[in-house]
Design a protein. Sequence first.
Length: 249
Amino acid sequence: MRPEPDWLVDEPYTDVDLGVLKSGKEAQINIIERTGHDGRTALVARKRYLPRQVTAKGALEAMGVQQASSFRNDVEYREGRQFRKSRDRRAVERMSAYGKRLLQDRWTGHEHQVMARLWAAGLAVPYPIAYAEDVFDLEYVGDHDGAAPQLHGARLDGPGLANAFDQVVDGLRIVVGEGLAHGDLSAYNLLWWDDRVWFIDFPQAVDLAANPQGLNYLHADVTNVCRWFRRRGLDVDPEEVFADLLVHL
Ligand SMILES: Nc1ncnc2c1ncn2[C@@H]1O[C@H](COP(=O)(O)OP(=O)(O)OP(=O)(O)O)[C@@H](O)[C@H]1O
Ligand SMILES: [Mg+2]
């Protein structure tokens, strides 16, 4: 069992907000300097989910393709995973006030839960510290000079690239071993730090057994990252990787 970095969560501590690290369409990440009761400090990444525009289906469609598709994903991803009670499932499908609240509330907790599980299984993910409503605190990957680059922006040479790819596949074996698919895996949701590949950004992760689309999401994840490595000149075969992963189910 991996030892929990408990001083990160032990109270009392004081937090100082060092400012915004990234601000995007789905979330804003701030860097927080946390000082524990014994004087030790650590940097924490605070992810704040931007309000999701969950309204009536038609209205969403009218607001633009992107939001409409993220709404569709929301329902699709959640199908078979979260809403086991038929009453809840119906509420989500009908987009009643209760259904909208269900969608909103479960988003944050889900990312925390998935990352806690993967962290315990030994995957290189930032330690998920705590969550509340629309805020999720996690271990910051990087140092005072800067955050870890996304794999996309890390300057890796041939051997470095091959090493990173092996780490991605090893990581995927752990994810699949836990019965999950990331659901949005890309060179933007992988970080490169200390010669390690870190997996991040799990709110849409799905359960492979419960979600009828689970294997499709896994296949898309594999295809997506393999395409990126291929473009960088690494000769990798997505179907081979996918087949290898299925053995770990
Ligand atoms: N724990 C962390 N340590 C260092 N950097 C992080 C951490 N978490 C996120 N980041 C940086 O912030 C970016 C956005 O985070 P994340 O991928 O979790 O959110 P997102 O939903 O993709 O947000 P958006 O779509 O708005 O970019 C990441 O690509 C990464 O560069
Ligand atoms: Mg991301």
